[in-house]
Structure formats: structure tokens, C-alpha cells
Ligand binder design. Structure first.
Ligand code: BES
Ligand code: MN
Ligand code: MN
Length: 462
């Protein structure tokens, strides 16, 4: 590809400033107070796609937030790349833990990002990574080097489960027809250890409610004589793992894909330092399922985690009370072949079964989705690998991630195409956490690598 580096150095400041403007809009899909900002972000994406050279760009209405769709079809006989990304972001809470306001982007350098990183909610997940594709598109059209057809589908509800995108995909199969789906919404091992994500975990997210007495009670007058929903809930939750940290829900592991010794040995070759891992998190030991390494625990093994738990008195000082209700939000990360609907049902049945007398239990399923694995012998993977080889000077390592993008398995089911996950974030970029950031080097490296994917994908396909 000609002139990509000069093009990037020439337009670098503008590329950064445009992203900064986008990051200023608080497009929090989970919180309806930000509705106008989410909609405003969709409009901004539409304009940016038009400027980048898409010919048709539309804001597609859904029952929730709109999907921004853009395309440039240069020749029907050439391959088509469908780019997916999301313009919504996670809530910034807890806001007190941010060193600078989440929607006032600032650039600071860090140990991992000596060239500087943009700090803002959505910097890495996914505005920054999504916008790399917009700028790569700009480069290809501005320099007349777009080698194939492109379609963009940027949604605003990824962080809340993509329910409306699923409908959109099912209803627009022809419009979305493609030869490969390209997503930058994951990470890589390190800036000097490029990797391509080959797997995502599935997800089942549930909320539980335990009700004891019909009202809050004095903990002296009633304590010890009635079930305390918080005591009961925590006991029930504790029982969901055994002493080896296996999950105790009957049937939970039935369909779990077991990797062969060879596959596990291959995985173990990826560079990883347990010492640095512990140091970065300030923990004195790792914790998890017996018989598996840290990298296995967070990628090829299913998990169950409480994401939030509440009930009773949590204000200042002390209040002696037995609450009527206790709640928790629980997520289960799933691996290929575990069906998330089935797992949700197994959880519900088990949780209801283990409830002691004296309480009522309610389990409410939230969203979920299937896991995903992508083969490394596909044209798409090979094209991505060659692109990284050119820009990083190293062959990228295939690596399964522990995160979830539930819509990816639906893409495969409905559109019959494979997804290539070219993520340029680092695990330390604090996505979903306070002080989320994205390295400027990573942002520009992404913009540089993406056009080469198009080039090699087209060459290998035709
Ligand atoms: N981009 C993330 C997923 C991700 C991050 C995968 C890093 C691999 C590496 C995505 O926006 C996300 O946060 N997904 C949610 C699930 C969704 C249904 C809310 C997740 O993984 O918790
Ligand atoms: Mn994301
Ligand atoms: Mn996310």
C-alpha cells in the first residue's frame, strides 16, 4: 500500500482531534438520561462515514438506538468487507475514581503507552477502535486504493446486549451480504507482541432477588428467628463454586469443549508473565479453577461471577436491620458449544432448588449470547496475519479472548460469514473501568494495518 505512513503523519493531529470530539459525547446506552447524546453520536458517525468516502450512508431506525450503515460498492464481482463496531459506551461509574472527567478526553503518557494515550470513556471500547476503520477508509478512498467493496454497520446498543441489531441483521441479509466481517473491539497481547483474537466467550447474564419477611425488621427483635435474605443470598452464591472453584450447577459443564493437550500446549506458548500480571493488579496470588492456567481460566473455561450485590443498609454509620430483600447480578462466561439459553435455564432451576425454606427466590434473565471461535486457516485470518506482519514486523499470535461480543455468533448464523477480530487495545487500557484509555500508537497502528487487510483479503480472494 502506497503512502500510508506519510498519509498518517500528515493527518495525525486531525485523526486525533476527530476522535477526541467523538469521545466528548457521552453515548451511554444503558442510561436513558443520555438518550440525546447517543442519538447525536449516531449523527456524528454518519457524517464521518460520508467524509471518509462512503457513498450511501443511512441512519437505520430500530426499536432502540439506531444503526449507522454506510457502504461503497466499487465492483460487484470483488469481495465485500463488512465492518462492525459500536458507538455506545459503558457508564463511567464510579466517577470519583477517574483522574480526569470521562467525557473530557486528555492525552497522557503511561508506562505501556510512552507515546501518549487518550483517556476517556469509550477511547478503546469502542469509539477509538471503530474510528480507526473510518480513518482507514478515508485513506483508501482519498488515495484511490480501495481494493474491494466495503459496508459499515455501527451500532449503539452493544453494551446493552445488541437486541435490536439481531433483528436488523435477520431482516437485512441481502443488504449486509459480505465475504468477511471485520471488527476491532478486542485487544492484543502487547505492542511488541501482536496477536489476533480467535475466540470470544459467550454470556448469560441474570439478576436474582431473594425475599425474606414482607418488610424490613429490627435485627434485634427478629434477628436469628427469620431468614435474613442477605445471609441466605450470600450463602447460596458461595455454594455455586466448590473448593476447586468448579461451578456446581448440575449440567453446567456438559457441552464444554475440552481442548486437546496439543492445543493447550500451543496456547501456553503465548508470552505471559504471572509475576507482572500479579504486580499490575496488586494481588499476591491468582485465583481460579483448579487444573487450569491463568490464560486458560480467562479464555477457554466458563466462569460464574457476581457483578453486583446489594440490599439492606449501606448508608453512613450503622443501622440495625434485617432487610426484606437482597439482590445480585450474576454473569456466566461461556465457551463454544455451551448454549446460553440452556445455561440460563440450568442456573434458574438450580438457584430455585437451593433456596432454603423461609425465602422466595426470583431469577430474571438479562441478555446473553453464544461464544465464538474463528479458524486460522481462513482467507480472512491469513490476510489479517499478513497485514500485521507488514506493520508490526512480526507474525501475530492467535489468541482466544475471555470477553464477549455476542452478536458475532449471530453474524455467522445469519450471514454465513466468518469474523476477523483485529483488536488493537491492551488489557491494561481499563475498558469498562475508570481511566479507560487507548494508546495513540495503537490507534495509528490500527489505521495503518487495516488497509493492508483489505489489500491482502482481496488478493487472496480473487
Ligand atoms: N469490546 C467488548 C468485548 C471485548 C473486550 C472482547 C476485550 C474481548 C476483549 C464489548 O464491548 C463488551 O464489553 N462486551 C460485553 C458483553 C456485552 C453483551 C455487554 C462483555 O464482554 O462484558
Ligand atoms: Mn466493545
Ligand atoms: Mn464493552
Amino acid at each position: 500500500m502506497n503512502q500510508i505512513q506519510p498519509y498518517i503523519s500528515q493527518h495525525k493531529d486531525r485523526f486525533l482531534n476527530e476522535l477526541i470530539e467523538l469521545l466528548k459525547i457521552p453515548s451511554i446506552s444503558a442510561d436513558s438520561a443520555y438518550k440525546n447524546d447517543v442519538l447525536k453520536t449516531a449523527d456524528a458517525i454518519k457524517i464521518s462515514l460520508e467524509k471518509a468516502g462512503c457513498i450511501t450512508v443511512e441512519i437505520c431506525k430500530t426499536d432502540g438506538y439506531p444503526i449507522v450503515y454506510g457502504e461503497k460498492i466499487i465492483d460487484k464481482s470483488l469481495p465485500t468487507v463488512l465492518v462492525y463496531g459500536h458507538y455506545d459506551v459503558q457508564p463511567p461509574d464510579p466517577i470519583d475514581l477517574w483522574d480526569s472527567p470521562p467525557f473530557k478526553p486528555v492525552i497522557k503518557s503511561t508506562e505501556k503507552h510512552p507515546e501518549g494515550a487518550i483517556f476517556a470513556r469509550g477511547a478503546c471500547d469502542d469509539k477509538g477502535q471503530m474510528y480507526m476503520h473510518v480513518k482507514a477508509m478515508e485513506f483508501m478512498t482519498a488515495t484511490n486504493q480501495l481494493p474491494c467493496n466495503v459496508k459499515f454497520m455501527i451500532e449503539g446498543e452493544e453494551e446493552v446486549g445488541s437486541a435490536n441489531l439481531a433483528t436488523f441483521v435477520k431482516n437485512n441479509q441481502e443488504k449486509l451480504k459480505n465475504d468477511v466481517i471485520l471488527i476491532s473491539d478486542t485487544g492484543m497481547i502487547a505492542n511488541d507482541v501482536p496477536s489476533i483474537t480467535t475466540g470470544l466467550r459467550g454470556l448469560s447474564y441474570v439478576e436474582v432477588e431473594v425475599t425474606g419477611p414482607n418488610r424490613d425488621l429490627h435485627s434485634g427483635l427478629y434477628g436469628g428467628a427469620v431468614a435474613n435474605p442477605i445471609n441466605v443470598l450470600t450463602k447460596m452464591i458461595a455454594s455455586l463454586h466448590d473448593d476447586n472453584n468448579h461451578i456446581t450447577i448440575p449440567g453446567f459443564y456438559n457441552n464444554v469443549e475440552e481442548l486437546s493437550k496439543e492445543e493447550r500446549a500451543e496456547m501456553a506458548k503465548a508470552p505471559f508473565s504471572l509475576e507482572n500480571y500479579k504486580k499490575a493488579l496488586d494481588i499476591d496470588a491468582v485465583y481460579g479453577e483448579a487444573g487450569y492456567t491463568t490464560n486458560e481460566r480467562n479464555s477457554i473455561r466458563p466462569t460464574l461471577d457476581v457483578n453486583g450485590i446489594w440490599g439492606g443498609y449501606t448508608g453512613e454509620g450503622a443501622k440495625t436491620v434485617i432487610a426484606s430483600k437482597a439482590y445480585a447480578k450474576i454473569s456466566m462466561r461461556l465457551v463454544p458449544h455451551q448454549n446460553w439459553h440452556e445455561i440460563t435455564q440450568l442456573f434458574k432451576t438450580h438457584f430455585e432448588n437451593i433456596a432454603p425454606q423461609g425465602v422466595k427466590v426470583k431469577v430474571t434473565p438479562h441478555h446473553g449470547g453464544q461464544g465464538y471461535v474463528t479458524p486460522i486457516d481462513s482467507i480472512g485470518y491469513k490476510a489479517a496475519s499478513k497485514a500485521y506482519q507488514d506493520t508490526f514486523g512480526k507474525t501475530p499470535i492467535p489468541q482466544r479472548s475471555g470477553g464477549s461480543i455476542p452478536i458475532v455468533s449471530l453474524f455467522e448464523q445469519e450471514l454465513k460469514s466468518k469474523t476477523i477480530l483485529m483488536g488493537f487495545g491492551l488489557d491494561s487500557d481499563a475498558i469498562h473501568s475508570p481511566n479507560e484509555h487507548f494508546g495513540i500508537w495503537n490507534y495509528l497502528k490500527g489505521i495503518e494495518t487495516i488497509p493492508l487487510f483489505y489489500k491482502y483479503f482481496t488478493e487472496l480472494s480473487t
